[in-house]
Design a protein around this ligand. Structure first.
Ligand code: GLY
Length: 568
């Protein structure tokens, strides 16, 4: 067995919650001088072009990331958002930090708010309608990212999204399909249907769509920053949209929302430095535990094809997701995360893996699972600029089009992130995740996420990546990272290679088409794994700076994503 080189470098959560009236000074950018160079990978071509335009104008990677995220809020409304939240990892020269702009539970939220009089979960209440929505984090979070790492004026960074909303954008096949897929949800809310089901039908692919209400909100946001959304008439519109559809969001919830700068979760794996999201996202946790166990188990030395590597992937994820049960908002939970990420626990967990036999998940932790929804209403973007800054940013509404509630007059949809809490004991969430009391609903709490924006580097080579896909985000991200850092695959090959997934419960391996040939499938089944075929596991967007300085970008062939470099 190869020696383990896995070291968690920062175990103590360090956070900087921004007070209402004070912001940290803008970071000076000794490493950043506008070069006009850069690369973007994300889910839609119009958003990619927004980011490339900002880079060509001398913007930093953070400027471009914000422009891409806002453009996605226009052209990918099922996932891109102003009414949701997310996480970003930023590497600027040698400095690395992360921004948590996850939604929070409204102050009127309570532990049992999704239980009916019979003590059972009210069907759909955490997914559809006002009660499902957390306090949006994106308006403050994107502004904060720009405030700290941007070099262009705020207005310039918002402008591409504003143009798309005001002047119109071409409806993609994917947007048409997404609306068709969620037709029933969108039709339930008249204000939502009026925009997204004009004349009762999804917008036609190739047609030009204008979103004047969203354009007005973006224009105000460009002038006044998050105040334009988190207070005043837009905040009042959010509160009344929530109230009208059974929710409890108030203007005070929006006024008091703060993004949080957190130390990244940093560790070494396979000779690379890795920085990912710490809690309240479990993405970095799963990546750190998973890579730590694999390295200890000699994964790099195993044959690429065949059953051994796949078996180990399933076994390390089974264990990491079992520990996820203990996690929640770091402000509220009691589990000792440093122990769970420490070398002793990782060694103990790895030693418990039988290389010839699947460990039944019920032996690792009790629980029960269900089917995982394919909804991937999350969007990931990766950006590099020509001066050494990289951003990996993942943002979400949770389910496609969030809770379905459209904020009339403001032009955006509200998330259904409350479903990422435990809404009833033992009840799996939208993604089949069975979670613990540490992630129960409480006023102001941040719900546990799986988002996994990550930056890894060795010497001068740097990779920024991440994915949508709910519970499958960390496993999709990890497989691409392993292909890049262990097997040194070309970017395109790493991103497109078929993937598998395991999340402890349900106790099964999910496999994409082409991930398992007949012999490998039979061998995995022979070791005790149940296998379920699924259409898709994640949709990874990645940028890489090679040691010579050349930039590469790739968006997953599984979706209509788009990648490019300036100068192309
Ligand atoms: N809403 C999916 C996640 O945050 O993991």
């Amino acid at each position: 067995m190869r020696p383990a080189h896995f070291i968690v470098l920062f175990l103590v959560p360090a956070t900087l919650i921004l007070p209402s009236c004070a912001r940290p000074a803008r970071v000076s950018h000794p490493a950043i001088s506008p070069t006009g160079a850069g690369a973007v990978a994300c889910a839609e071509a119009a958003a990619r072009d927004a980011g490339l335009g900002i880079l060509r104008s001398g913007g930093s990677a953070a400027d471009a990331a914000v422009a891409v995220a806002l453009a996605l809020a226009v052209v990918q409304p099922n996932a891109g958002n102003l009414g949701g939240g997310g996480f970003a990892v930023v590497r600027s020269g040698e400095a690395i930090t992360t921004l948590d702009f996850r939604e929070t539970a409204p102050r009127a939220a309570s532990h049992d708010m999704f239980l009916g009089p019979d003590g059972k979960a009210m069907p759909g209440a955490s997914l559809v309608g006002g009660l499902a929505a957390g306090v949006p984090g994106s308006p403050s979070g994107l502004f904060e990212l720009h405030h700290r790492h941007g070099v262009l004026p705020w207005r310039t960074v918002v402008e591409p999204a504003l143009r798309l909303a005001r002047d119109g954008f071409t409806v993609s096949q994917r947007l048409h399909d997404a609306v068709e897929w969620e037709r029933d949800l969108l039709a339930r809310f008249p204000e939502t249907a009026a925009v997204w089901l004009p004349r009762g039908k999804p917008p036609e692919p190739g047609s030009v769509m204008k979103l004047p209400e969203l354009a007005a909100t973006l224009a105000a946001y460009a002038e006044r920053g998050p105040e334009a959304i988190m207070s005043g008439p837009v905040a009042a519109a959010v509160a009344s949209a929530s109230r009208d559809h059974g929710g409890v969001l108030t203007t005070a919830d929006l006024r008091d929302y703060r993004p949080v700068w957190r130390e990244p979760l940093r560790f070494r794996a396979f000779g690379w430095e890795v920085a990912s999201m710490r809690l309240p996202s479990s993405g970095g946790f799963i990546l750190a535990q998973g890579l730590g166990m694999l390295e200890r188990l000699g994964w790099a030395g195993l044959p690429r094809a065949g059953v051994d590597r796949l078996h180990l992937l399933a076994e390390v994820w089974r264990r990491a997701y079992a520990d996820r049960f203990l996690l929640g908002d770091p402000a509220r939970m009691t589990a000792d995360v440093s122990r769970l990420l420490g070398p002793a626990w990782i060694a103990e967990r790895a030693a418990g893996i039988d290389r010839a036999r699947a460990t039944p998940s019920a032996q690792l932790h009790p629980g029960s699972g269900n089917e995982i929804s394919e909804a991937a209403a999350t969007t990931h973007l990766s950006v590099a600029d020509g001066a050494g800054e990289m951003v990996a940013l993942t943002s979400t509404l949770n389910g496609w089009f969030g809770c379905g509630v459209y904020v009339k007059g403001a032009g955006f949809l509200l998330n259904n992130e409350m479903d990422d809490f435990v809404i009833a004991p033992g009840r799996p969430n939208l993604f089949g995740l069975v979670q613990g009391e540490a992630n129960s609903v409480a006023p102001g709490a941040r719900m546990l996420s799986s988002m996994c924006p990550t930056i890894a580097w060795r010497g001068d080579e740097t990779i920024a990546l991440g994915s949508p896909g709910g519970s499958r985000i960390p496993t999709a991200t990890m497989q691409v990272l392993l292909d890049l850092i262990v097997d040194r695959d070309p970017l395109r090959v790493a991103v497109d290679r078929p993937r598998i997934h395991h999340q402890w419960l349900p106790d099964e391996i999910s496999a994409e088409p082409g991930a398992l040939d007949g012999t490998t499938r039979a061998a995995l089944e022979g070791r005790g794994h149940a296998i379920r075929d699924v259409e898709q596991i994640g949709e990874v967007s990645v940028v890489r700076r090679l040691s010579g300085g050349e930039l590469e970008a790739a968006a997953d062939a599984r979706g209509p994503g788009a990648a490019g470099r300036t100068g192309q």
